[in-house]
Design a protein around this ligand. Sequence first.
Ligand SMILES: [Zn+2]
Length: 212
Amino acid sequence: MVMHPDPMPNERPMCNEKPSLVSGLVDVGIHLKLSEISFNLAEEALKSGEVPVGCVMVRIKSPSKLVLCDKDYEIISQGRNRVNASKNPTRHAEMECIDRILNWSKEQGITDLKEIWSSLIVYVTVEPCIMCARALRSLGISKVFYGCPNERFGGCSSVMNVHNDNSISDPIIDCFPGALNKSQAIDLLKKFYMGENPNAPEPKVKKKRLVE
Ligand SMILES: [Zn+2]
C-alpha cells in the first residue's frame, strides 16, 4: 500500500477555500512565494556587488482582481539592480522589469500594453525611488507592494509623494509599505552599506540614514 504524504504545511489553499489575503488582494501563501522570489533577486544583487533590491512584476489574471490561487496570476518579469555592472544609474530593479515586459510584449505580438500595466502588482523589496515611482505611475501601474522605506530617494512618501501627488495626471499608485518583510529588506541594505561587500560605497552618510 502506498502511503500518501501529508500536504506540505506551506501548500497553497485551493481556490474554493476561504483564503487569508495580504492587503486584501493576494493569498498569503502565494504572497510569501512572490516575496521570496523578490528577496532571492535582492540577494543575487548583493552577491554581485549591487544595492540589494529585487523586483517581481505579477500580472493579475482573475476577473475579481484577487490572487487566490495559481491560475489567478502570472509572473511576467523579474529584475534586480544592475547599476554598477552596467555603469548606468537608471538600472534599478523596477526598470529592469519594465524593459523585460517591453521585450516580452514584443515577442507576444502585444502592441497595446495599457491593460498589462494596469493589471500588475509590483513586488519590490525596497520602496521605489522617485525615478522609478514616476515611471511606474506613468505606465499606469496601480499597485506596489514593498518592504522597507527608501529614506534617501523614496517616491512613495519617504521623500516625495510621486505615487499620489495630484499635480500628476496619471492614475495614482496604491503603495503597500511593509507588505514584504521590512526587516529582511533593511538587513540586506545594511549588509551592503556596512562593508560586507567590497563594492559598497563609503558608508558614512548612508549608514546613518538607512539604518533604523
Ligand atoms: Zn529606482
